[in-house]
Write a protein that binds this ligand. Structure first.
Ligand SMILES: *[C@@H]1O[C@H](CO)[C@@H](O)[C@H](O)[C@H]1NC(C)=O
Ligand SMILES: [Zn+2]
Length: 562
């Protein structure tokens, strides 16, 4: 009896022991339902995860029993692939979590009371070595541009070092103590604006450099705190990976040291940004490919123009509500062309920030020039298929240039919540025709495999807000359309739920050369997944913007539990 049991056990175990040892350490998870986004097997009930953090099997329980040496764990809930944000700013988001939140301030009093409250909770900040930071103000809520005096006149804020970013982070509003650090007289700056009316205090685009020069920057310890706080928050909303839209060589060095640690719970696909914007600095950093997929760097971020909110985006024709201005370029077309080409020649994916239709036209020309230079024997679209150049924001694009994007397959990197945040004023800036033909395209660009994201901290990072905005073209904050109406804004550009979900999974995966590896549940892909209460397609549309994530898993490890 004992002998035959032993034989039976040996007969069963031996093949595994000899040929399949790692299986003993594998976990198999079975949930109520699994949406894989994989063409191989769109739905499943179970998947097996290797100790190296990859899916090794995806199957239905009725088709197949899990390997009996794999530990099987049954859990409730509906699984989706882990979500990616295709354009965000990690350190700045962490900084936001450690600073004054001015988003949604409805008046100057409201904004000042937020700053006062922060000072109340953090009484030591505001010194020359530790400035008070904040972000999210919008002069539209103040009825005028803010000035340094507004801060100085507040008894609780007098004398403190304060720097507050505009909602689009293309302008800063600073206090008198900061102004005192600048050399008089304060000059005008090409590609930027020193606001002088109704007084000094706001600096936009290139004029912000003047402030950044005197800014006492957070040290490495503070920055790594920003990163870990940011990652924790991102995991909460289901994010397992993000494209970092601008990491300096110093940031990358810090990322490399942090990526080994427990707190590094979000995959980062970083775009290099030279110490000096729009330059060529290949010696400053090396490409990064980690075997565990937690950090990559093989792309560069360039900037063609500013933002629409501050009339900074570079337009082919003047603004309708500012007829004397058509915004400004941060770099001219020929320089953009040569810098893009230099990076492409070094083997970098080139990603250009372009908002206005002039900026997008020049960016596309620069990318075309780069493609034609690096691939002399293949067609432009074949070359683009390999190098995957991107337009970051791709916000306002002339129909002729949209056609050029289709011809070559240029990837648009789009933030659906920018459309719904800007809908309040976009048509005033652009007029009817430009808005209808050029602005905030999503559905039109579907064949270009758009990468969707939030641009956090400019918008909140919750991908379900982005999905809601893409599907309804309504504000995820109010659930309403333009002016509080029930109608979605230019609904003809809306995506379906499935298309929007792909934009936060497969789109960013392809835009980061990770197709088949990220944003999908299939064999050999990263074992990254999230769990929600019910299938998205069964939710009421209005509940979609407030989906709560129950679990987030990265590389087979649970990083968030709701
Ligand atoms: C572009 O800008 C650079 C300097 O920033 C300048 O040297 C060059 O002449 C400009 N080119 C054109 C065509 O304006
Ligand atoms: Zn950005």
């Amino acid at each position: 009896m004992a002998v035959s049991m032993l034989t039976a056990v040996l007969v069963l175990i031996l093949p595994y022991a000899l040929f399949n040892i790692p299986n003993i350490f594998d976990n198999t998870y079975c949930y109520t339902g699994v949406t894989t986004l994989s063409l191989l097997k769109p739905t499943a009930s179970c998947f097996t995860v290797s100790s190296s953090g990859r899916f090794t099997d995806v199957f239905d329980l009725q088709d197949k029993r899990p390997s009996w040496l794999s530990r099987v764990i049954f859990r409730d809930g509906f699984v989706l692939p882990g979500l990616w944000d295709g354009h965000g700013h990690l350190i700045q988001y962490g900084e936001l979590l450690h600073s004054v939140n001015l988003f949604g301030s409805v008046s100057m009093d409201d904004a000042l009371s937020n700053v006062r409250q922060y000072v109340g909770a953090n009484p030591d900040v505001g010194t020359a070595g530790d400035w008070i930071r904040g972000v999210g103000w919008d002069q539209a809520a103040f009825g005028r541009m803010p000035v340094a005096r507004d801060l100085e006149d507040d008894i609780a804020l007098k004398g403190k070092y304060i720097m507050l970013d505009r909602i689009d982070v293309h302008c800063v509003w600073v206090s008198q103590a900061v102004l005192n650090l600048l050399q008089e007289p304060i000059p005008d700056v090409p590609g930027g604006e020193v606001i002088r009316n109704p007084g000094l205090g706001v600096f936009c685009d290139n004029a912000m450099d003047m402030i950044m020069k005197v800014f006492s920057k957070p040290d490495a310890v503070k920055k790594s705190k920003f990163v870990s706080s940011a990652m924790k928050e991102l995991n909460k909303v289901g994010i397992v990976g993000m494209h970092g839209a601008g990491a300096t060589p110093n940031d990358l060095e810090m990322y490399e040291s942090l990526a080994d640690g427990e707190a590094w719970s979000v995959r980062v696909y970083a775009m290099l940004e030279c110490g000096k914007r729009n330059t060529f600095c290949p010696e400053a950093a090396e490409h990064i490919f980690r075997d565990d997929g937690m950090l990559y760097m093989r792309s560069v971020k360039l900037f063609a123009d500013g933002a629409l909110g501050s009339w900074g985006s570079a337009m082919l024709e003047p603004y309708d509500d500012h007829p004397q201005s058509s915004g400004s370029l941060l770099i001219n077309g020929s320089d953009l062309m040569s810098i893009a080409t230099a990076w492409a020649t070094e083997g970098y994916q080139v990603n250009i920030h372009a908002i206005g239709d002039l900026a997008n036209r020049l960016a596309i020309s620069a990318l075309f020039w780069a493609l034609d230079t690096i691939c002399r024997t293949t067609s432009r679209s074949e070359c683009q298929e390999i190098h995957r150049f991107r337009l970051e924001h791709a916000q306002i694009i002339h129909p002729d240039d949209q056609q050029r994007m289709f011809d070559a397959g240029i990837i648009p990197s789009i933030q659906p919540t920018h459309a719904t945040s800007d809908m309040a004023y976009a048509e005033d800036r652009l007029g009817k025709t430009r808005t209808a033909e050029e602005a905030y395209r999503m559905k039109s660009f579907l064949s270009l495999n758009p990468v969707l994201g939030s641009d956090f901290p400019v918008e909140p990072p919750n991908p379900f807000e982005g999905i809601f905005a893409a599907v309804t073209r309504k504000s995820p904050h109010t659930g309403k359309g333009k002016g509080g109406g029930d109608e979605g804004w230019y609904l003809e550009e809306a995506l379906t739920l499935g298309q929007a979900l792909e934009g936060f999974t497969k789109g960013p995966a392809r835009g980061a050369f990770l197709d088949g590896v990220a944003g999908v549940i299939q064999e050999d892909a990263f074992a990254d997944w999230i769990v929600v209460d019910m299938p998205l397609e069964e939710m009421r549309m209005d509940d979609l913007r407030a989906v709560s994530v129950r679990e987030t898993w990265v590389a087979g490890k649970q990083v968030y539990s709701g």
